[in-house]
Design a protein around this ligand. Structure first.
Ligand code: NAD
Length: 461
């Protein structure tokens, strides 16, 4: 797709939007229910595509992609009417009598650009928000998950209103052509590098952006917690999707004594969850491509392999690996790992961990395993991150009432639940004032002493 084709596509969608077709709640509800039918009818197609793109086990894909989307859909369908109701806001004395409220109005034509790691969920979860908001929309799935991209492109137009929803497949060229167009909002999920390209392109048209980015999400483990349970939870959060999860715990910080006890327990938890012949275990995902594989294997040299470490380029397999003895200035401690390598780093105490976190980019997620209320409080008040989760990893994504998004380098704007509708909407201010009594006379000149006294009394100043 070149720029002209992209322009024609956006023009067509804008005509649909301007016609008002996407605004009625009935249209929105219909699209959401059709999207749910699509996922139900073709679950096998998507699970197979995710298997061939990323070697994900059907159960893992079902839980983290299909079921996740279907519960988001159910939540949106159940609550949409309520979310769209005008929200009354109080009117101060100076403007009385009047009624004030806000209403969510659709922004127009949206562009959604998705990454490869959860290629179905991260393309369609924002789409739920765009449809619920009443926008026309283009979805651009990731070219690095080609089978999932193809399935989305094949199926979406068969279920959703083709005049209002389009799928554009492709990579950099196609995305660049799209980004040259004027959209009313852009929702991007992926790396900060491309996030900057997206934001720059959006700035030319003053288009608002939501950026769902990544970075290093640290975990801190206190001395006084049940390390066996902690190890199980960290191993699940880290090695699901072979570590290619934006909120995967990137590295662990613990005191030297706790780090020494934790490392073998992580190995035990890996064995519990994936067995010992992990190369043959279909429950364990593969690395997306050779480029990522080579990058990850080079990181294995940045520390001592405490467990795991085996890899096979022909099968894009890297064993769940625990690294110890990593130098603070090594690559593995600077780039987002985004793969199945888990460094355990020794820190003196919680304050040392906090100092290291605040010295780096603001994380997308921060995991703290501690029963101590004061330690928890210090992490909450002295660090900044998209989310902070105590005694668990990754699971916060399943709570639709919690905003999912980053801060600083990990992104801007949160979604899920009602917020998914909000990011694709404008919250319009609405005020209605009766013509009589003509109270505004008080605010108009001439500013007599009497008027000033009344206005001051009304303002309470
Ligand atoms: P990416 O930025 O390489 O690609 C994402 C999308 O951008 C793809 O659709 C791709 O086609 C497009 N793209 C790539 N290069 C482009 C260019 N030069 N111009 C325009 N478009 C371009 O990201 P990725 O490697 O697919 O994803 C990995 C990153 O995404 C990690 O940092 C991860 O943490 C982050 N991530 C964040 C979330 C989140 O929800 N916050 C979720 C998943 C991944």
């Amino acid at each position: 797709m070149g720029e002209q084709d992209a322009g024609r596509l956006v023009d067509g969608l804008r005509r649909t939007f301007d016609s008002g077709r996407t605004r009625p709640i009935a249209w929105r509800q219909r699209q959401l229910s059709r999207l749910d039918e699509l996922l139900k009818d073709h679950e096998d197609v998507f699970l197979a595509a995710l298997g061939s793109d990323l070697g994900k086990a059907p159960t893992e894909s079902f839980v983290t992609e299909v079921a996740f989307l279907r519960s988001e859909l159910a939540h949106a369908r159940r609550n949409l009417r309520r979310w769209l109701r005008p929200r009354r806001v109080p009117v101060p004395a100076v403007a009385m009598p009047a009624r004030a409220s806000t209403v969510l109005e659709p922004l127009g034509v949206a562009l959604i650009i998705a990454p490869w790691n959860y290629p179905l969920m991260l393309a369609l979860s924002p789409l739920i928000g765009a449809l619920a908001a009443g926008d026309a929309v283009i979805v651009k799935p990731s070219e690095l998950a080609p089978d999932t991209s193809r399935a989305i492109a094949d199926l979406l137009p068969r279920y959703l209103d083709p005049e209002a929803v389009a799928v554009v497949e492709g990579g950099v060229d196609e995305t660049t052509a799209l980004l040259a167009q004027r959209f009313d909002t852009i929702f991007y999920t992926g790396s900060g590098r491309v996030g900057r390209i997206v934001m720059e392109a959006a700035a030319k048209h003053l288009t608002p952006v939501t950026l769902e980015l990544g970075g290093k999400s640290p975990a801190y483990v206190d001395d006084a917690v049940d390390l066996r349970v902690v190890a199980r939870r960290l191993v699940w959060g880290k090695f699901i999707a072979a570590g290619q999860t934006c909120v995967a715990p990137d590295y662990i910080m613990a005191s030297p004594a706790t780090a020494r006890r934790l490392a073998p327990l992580l190995a035990d938890a890996v064995a519990e969850q994936y067995g010992t012949a992990i190369g043959d275990n279909s429950d364990y995902a593969r690395i997306v491509d050779e480029r990522q594989f080579d990058r990850l294997v080079s990181l294995l040299d940045d520390g001592t392999v405490a467990s795991g470490g085996r890899h096979d380029r022909t099968r894009l397999f890297i064993e769940p690996t625990v690294l110890t003895g990593v130098a603070p200035d090594s690559a593995v401690m600077h780039q987002e790992i985004f793969g199945p390598i888990l460094p355990v780093v020794e820190v003196t105490d919680a304050d040392d961990a906090i100092a290291r976190i605040t010295a780096g980019d603001k994380p997308l997620a921060l995991y703290v395993f501690s029963d101590d209320a004061e330690t928890r409080r210090r992490f909450v008040t002295r660090t900044s991150s998209g989310a902070i989760v105590f005694d668990a990893a990754v699971i916060h994504l399943s709570v639709p009432g919690l905003p999912f998004g980053g801060v600083g380098a990990s992104g801007m704007g949160g979604y899920h639940g009602r917020r998914s509708v909000e990011v694709f909407s404008h919250e319009k201010a609405l005020l209605s004032k009766p013509l009589t009594p003509d109270t505004l006379a008080l605010l108009r000149p001439p500013y007599t002493a009497k008027r000033i006294a009344i206005v001051r009394a009304l303002l309470g100043r």
